[in-house]
Design a protein around this ligand. Structure first.
Ligand code: ATP
Ligand code: MG
Length: 377
């Protein structure tokens, strides 16, 4: 079993100095609005993957008017200990130590699998394709460093190619200038499309199962990777289609000054009972779909690494009816790994009903407080 044993938080968001110990199973973080529940989830996520799910800018994580933040925690996996220290000082590199060995931030992506659901995940359902591409890119990058590398290279090639299309459009040799970039675009782009479409298939099966269980099969959730390139079954077919379509777009690309085909324009379509979730779903359905995507991630991570990842669920209960709340609570209770959920509501009725065997952590003004000092209990 894999879990976070303890955590020390120093100058992270609204926490000054806090030490915490966790259960290997279910941990419930309780507190009023703006007390530090999400910040705590964020710190757990950060020490696991060395990035936040809320911001790209590490300096935002430093407590106001402080020079640095520091996180220290111990992960346990099959009786092995991993003591992690992460420290960040403004304008300098992030420093990461695992059992006293310094390591690189990106190598860190795969060590400690954790999956977070946050209310912002509703945007994955509600907004345009860019956010769904980001979702799949991040997920795929955590599963495969090769994908991560291909994606970085693809983005560089895309920038160069767009630069030529925009700035050199009157150059008589523009086709010659584009040629090497076309090759790179096709080869990297095709690998990305293939990886994404295979990942989507696997994810779709997991998502479907979770959503069937949560909604007693009333809401059939379906995922589909929609690409600007067809033949998404094997690499050669994708490359051929890409190579065939790219020259046809040449005139348009010159006019628009941009690359008009490739994985940077693709989408992950999400349907409930064959209706596009983006346009035709209720709040609760969107939340169910977003949560199902995350649980899908959990199961694919588990398959890859052979143990259950840590699940972090921030504010997941609001807008779920009592049946869905209870299902989710039971799901976490039965989960064979560690999980954390936050809530501002009184969920005693759920914890009493489902199980008393869980840890409750009460948060007030960036500190853990005693249950008794809480007003509403
Ligand atoms: P809610 O129930 O509304 O989601 P929450 O308990 O999840 O509330 P958090 O998002 O954890 O609240 O934020 C708690 C407080 O931390 C906020 O009031 C916010 O202004 C503050 N905060 C955020 N970033 C920093 C920072 N870098 N330094 C100090 N305080 C911060
Ligand atoms: Mg919050």
């Amino acid at each position: 079993m894999f879990y976070l044993d303890n955590l020390t938080i120093n100058n992270f968001r609204n926490y000054s100095n806090q030490q915490l110990e966790f259960y290997p199973n279910l941990n419930v973080i309780i507190g009023d609005n703006a007390q530090g529940k999400t910040n705590l989830i964020e710190s757990i996520y950060y020490i696991s993957v060395t990035r936040s799910f809320r911001t790209k800018r590490d300096y935002e994580l430093i407590k106001w008017n402080e020079p640095f933040f520091f996180l220290k925690g111990r992960f346990t996996r099959d009786n092995l200990y991993y003591d992690i220290q992460v420290s960040y000082e403004k304008a300098s590199q992030l420093k990461i130590l695992i059992n006293k060995n310094q390591i690189n931030r990106y190598d860190h992506l795969q060590y400690f699998p954790v999956v977070a659901f946050s209310p912002d995940d509703l945007l994955i359902i509600r907004e345009g394709p860019a956010i769904r591409r980001r979702f799949i890119n991040l997920f795929a990058s955590r599963l495969s460093l090769r994908y991560f590398q291909d994606l970085k290279d693809y983005q560089r090639v895309l920038m160069q190619r767009n630069f030529i299309l925009k700035e050199k459009r009157r150059d008589s040799n523009i086709r010659g200038l584009l040629e090497p970039w076309n090759q790179a675009l096709i080869s990297l782009g095709s690998s990305i499309v293939l990886f994404r479409s295979e990942l989507t298939k696997q994810l779709a099966a997991e998502v479907r199962t979770f959503s069937d269980n949560m909604t007693s099969s009333h809401e059939r959730l379906r995922l589909e990777y929609r690409s600007t390139i067809s033949g998404a079954e094997n690499l050669a077919d994708i490359e051929n289609d890409f190579r065939y379509k790219l020259p046809e777009l040449f005139d348009q690309e010159i006019r628009r000054g941009a690359t008009l085909i490739g994985p940077h324009l693709d989408d992950l379509k999400i349907y409930i009972n064959d209706f596009d979730t983006r346009h035709y779903s209720s709040q609760g359905q969107k939340r169910t779909a977003a949560l199902a995507l995350r649980i899908g991630e959990v199961n694919l991570f588990r398959r890859q690494c052979g143990f259950a990842p840590i699940i972090l669920l921030d504010d997941v209960f609001s807008e779920f009816d009592s049946a869905r709340q209870e299902f989710l609570f039971l799901f976490l209770k039965k989960y064979d790994g560690q999980s954390f959920i936050t809530t501002s509501a009184d969920i005693n009725f759920l914890t009493e009903k489902v199980s008393k065997d869980l840890k409750k952590i009460y948060i007030q003004h960036g500190s853990v407080v005693d249950e008794k000092s809480r007003a509403f209990d």
